[in-house]
Design a protein around this ligand. Structure first.
Ligand SMILES: *[C@@H]1O[C@H](CO)[C@@H](O)[C@H](O)[C@H]1NC(C)=O
Ligand SMILES: *[C@@H]1O[C@H](CO)[C@@H](O)[C@H](O)[C@H]1NC(C)=O
Ligand SMILES: *[C@@H]1O[C@H](CO)[C@@H](O)[C@H](O)[C@H]1NC(C)=O
Ligand SMILES: *[C@@H]1O[C@H](CO)[C@@H](O)[C@H](O)[C@H]1NC(C)=O
Ligand SMILES: *[C@@H]1O[C@H](CO)[C@@H](O)[C@H](O)[C@H]1NC(C)=O
Length: 500
């Protein structure tokens, strides 16, 4: 029987949500961590044939990953930044690897119309990979765009070179093109676009947005894609060099997904020599699959299921006020404090001398509160609570507010903040919170062996990062990594090709 009331519910449902969007919709996603085959080190440009030969070797490997992902039902696969030709280039040496990538509005399937925009063999092959395997393919390649004196910013060699993400849909059509905005310091071979690009596309399994590597530390375009453009999933090719204790790939990227309450498909380059490893399929309530391998020289395919519309899903976390708890409680006593460096930033630390306790550590406007209980206070390991409120100025300028519990390098307090990958101390419980001036805070929990802890901790709506029953492995760090974007200096133009 259908009552009038229930009919009305159905009607309202269709009006509000549309006929095809259901909270329970899911899809299978894939990311591939790739050992990129690099060109020889040379300042002289190679021929375009030689460049294509190297790119085809990398695409041979990516092709296997695409086929494997499609066989397992994946709708989309993300491959890493620089995954097709590497990163050892001067501006001139990169040129033979570049193609002119048109605006996706041209409605183009390179696989079926390969000659339409000149010589574009890489786009053709990627498009065919997508089309022949009926899967969306996300790749990172190089775009070249001619310019001349009518443009005062035109580089002296008469063209722009962009670090570019492209997406081909399951018919092989080019549906997205994104030029990286926040270039990392060593990317002298590239120009950045004059304005950040907010690139999105919609599918029957959600709305997608994309950006690249270092972009994740800044507001534009990364945060705006989520807060203004309301994407469901971020596509994130990266060539990420791990920096402990707070900026290791799996740790930071999964924390960003949680803090922004969005899915993130993060595909990293794999190079143990360069400390590049760590890819994952991350949901707002934790990692669905991740890969961290600092030993082998192998690539790795990850597959996992995600909600198409995480904000409508039953597991979607409630929104968080990151300073609510910390600003309402009475601060705990501040113990003896000292300073130490984490990745060039001077933190204020306080040692956790007892098995259990309540501590507050402050720096400038930020006070960090910790309540904890260790299973056992070991003599051979030292943990501290730390606070930092300031502008980070090495390898990029960005304003941070950080509360962190971490294991020191040794029992010497001078080693607090150094890179540590293993620990033996278990915590029965912890609660970390801070009086943040920003509501962009990324919650990190990293365990011994550089492992994540999905499902073993929670963020409460009042901003406490808690674990009530402890974690499965000993703790390396528990951190609230806050970004106060309003305090950032303006986007730096010092890396533009006209100056270099
Ligand atoms: C200069 O560049 C503009 C824009 O790319 C183009 O329309 C124009 O034809 C170019 N002029 C010359 C003299 O090459
Ligand atoms: C990789 O990480 C280790 C440990 O943190 C560090 O000693 C080494 O210098 C790093 N290598 C590179 C290439 O940055
Ligand atoms: C969070 O709570 C604090 C304290 O009640 C309040 O001042 C602040 O405006 C809230 N922040 C947000 C983003 O709602
Ligand atoms: C240590 O804490 C005290 C408050 O107990 C504060 O006045 C002092 O500035 C702190 N020292 C450092 C190095 O942050
Ligand atoms: C920490 O504070 C809580 C109340 O906020 C209290 O119940 C607990 O006993 C304290 N723990 C220690 C070790 O002082």
């Amino acid at each position: 029987m259908l009552s009038f009331a229930s009919l009305r519910h159905v009607f309202v449902y269709i009006l509000l949500v549309g006929p095809r969007v259901f909270a329970s919709d899911k899809y299978i996603a894939a990311v591939y961590e790739h050992v990129v085959m690099l060109p020889g080190i040379t300042l002289k440009p190679v021929s375009s044939e030689e460049a294509l030969k190297l790119m085809n070797k990398n695409m041979d490997i990516l092709e296997k990953a695409v086929k494997g992902a499609a066989k397992q039902g994946a709708r989309i696969i993300v491959t890493p930044e620089d995954g097709i030709y590497g990163f050892r280039f001067t501006r001139e040496a990169l040129y033979p690897y570049l193609e002119d990538i048109p605006d996706p509005q041209v409605d183009w399937i390179p696989c079926t119309a390969p000659e339409r925009f000149g010589s574009t063999p890489v786009q053709e092959r990627l498009s065919c990979l997508a089309r022949h395997n009926s899967i969306y393919v996300v790749a990172n390649i190089g775009d070249k765009k001619p310019c001349n004196h009518t443009d005062s910013k035109c580089p002296s060699d008469g063209h722009y070179q962009y670090n570019t993400n492209v997406v081909f849909d399951s018919n092989g059509k080019l549906v997205a093109r994104y030029h990286k905005f926040n270039l990392f310091m060593v990317e002298h071979q590239f120009d950045f676009p004059q304005e950040p690009e907010f690139v999105t596309f919609s599918t029957d399994f959600g709305k997608f947005g994309l950006f690249t590597c270092f972009d994740i530390l800044f507001h534009d375009p990364a945060v705006a894609l989520v807060s203004k453009h309301h994407v469901d999933t971020i596509l994130f090719p990266t060539a990420w060099m791990n920096v402990l204790p707070h900026l290791t790939a799996v740790e930071f990227h999964s924390a960003w997904a949680m803090g922004m309450q969005v899915n993130v498909l993060a595909s990293n380059t794999h190079s143990c020599d360069l400390n590049m490893t760590g890819s994952g399929i991350y949901a707002p309530d934790g990692s669905r699959a991740y890969h961290y391998d600092a030993e082998s020289k192998n690539g790795h395919l990850l597959i996992a299921e995600l909600y198409s519309h995480p904000s409508l899903s039953p597991t979607h976390p409630s929104s968080v006020n990151w300073s609510l708890y910390a600003t309402t409680i009475k601060p705990f006593p501040e113990d003896h404090n000292f300073t130490g460096l984490i990745f060039f930033d001077e933190f204020t630390f306080s040692e956790l001398t007892k098995e259990a306790g309540n501590f507050t550590v402050c720096q400038k406007d930020l006070c960090c509160h910790l309540s904890y209980k260790m299973t056992e206070k070991r003599e051979d390991e030292v943990y501290v609570l730390g606070a930092f409120d300031g502008l980070h100025e090495v390898e990029g300028q960005y304003y941070l507010q950080i509360c962190t519990l971490l294991k020191c390098g040794s029992t010497d307090l001078k080693t607090c903040g150094q890179s540590v990958t293993t620990a033996h101390t278990h915590f029965d419980s912890f609660s970390l919170s801070g009086t943040f001036s920003t509501n962009y805070v990324f919650p990190e929990v990293l365990l011994s062996g550089v492992q994540l802890a999905p499902g073993e901790f929670q963020v409460l709506s009042d901003g406490q990062l808690i674990s009530q029953n402890g974690t499965s492995k000993p703790v390396l760090t528990v951190t609230l990594f806050g970004r106060w974007y309003e305090k950032d200096p303006p986007h730096l133009h010092i890396y533009s090709s006209r100056i270099l």
